[in-house]
Design a protein. Structure first.
Length: 149
């Protein structure tokens, strides 16, 4: 693939950075798997040999998304964790006596909490729509089976 060398370098740097941050966030609080997926998509755009890794990571990310909203207890825990991150960010931002206190740390905690809450809402809506689609699909199959009889 003989593309624009500057575009390939930009994709390598941007995709590589997303990939590395995503791997770090797999063990830290944050959307690690989604950033790994984003990094792979950016890299696969310029480097087709990487494309084979996109589908398995996307499948795992979607499974994790569905598991995160599988029960009311998990949803409650995730919402509480997001709110706790926002609250901790406010405390860290206002109290410079804390270790790494101040708004740089506080704002990153607030952003992490908001991202968590946003991803949770997205996951919930997506899974709910998927369940509604599959249940309506079953009822239409039942109706057509009755009509055929």
């Amino acid at each position: 693939m003989a593309g624009n060398p500057a575009k390939r370098v930009a994709a390598l740097i941007g995709g590589g950075l997303l990939l590395v941050i995503g791997v770090v966030l797999l063990v830290l609080p944050g959307p690690g798997l989604l950033l790994v997926l984003a990094g792979l998509v950016v890299l696969a755009n310029q480097f087709p040999s990487i494309d084979k890794y996109v589908d398995p990571v996307e499948k795992r990310a979607m499974q994790a998304m569905e598991q995160s909203v599988a029960s009311p207890l998990r949803i409650t825990g995730s919402v509480l964790a997001g709110l706790a991150l926002v609250a901790a960010g406010i405390v860290w931002g206002l109290n410079k006596q804390l270790w790494l206190g101040g708004w740089p740390t506080g704002s990153s905690l607030i952003l992490s909490g908001l991202v968590l809450l946003g991803l949770l809402a997205y996951s919930y809506r997506r899974v709910r729509a998927k369940r509604a689609g599959s249940s309506s699909g079953r009822s239409s199959n039942t109706v057509s089976a009755v009509d055929d009889a």
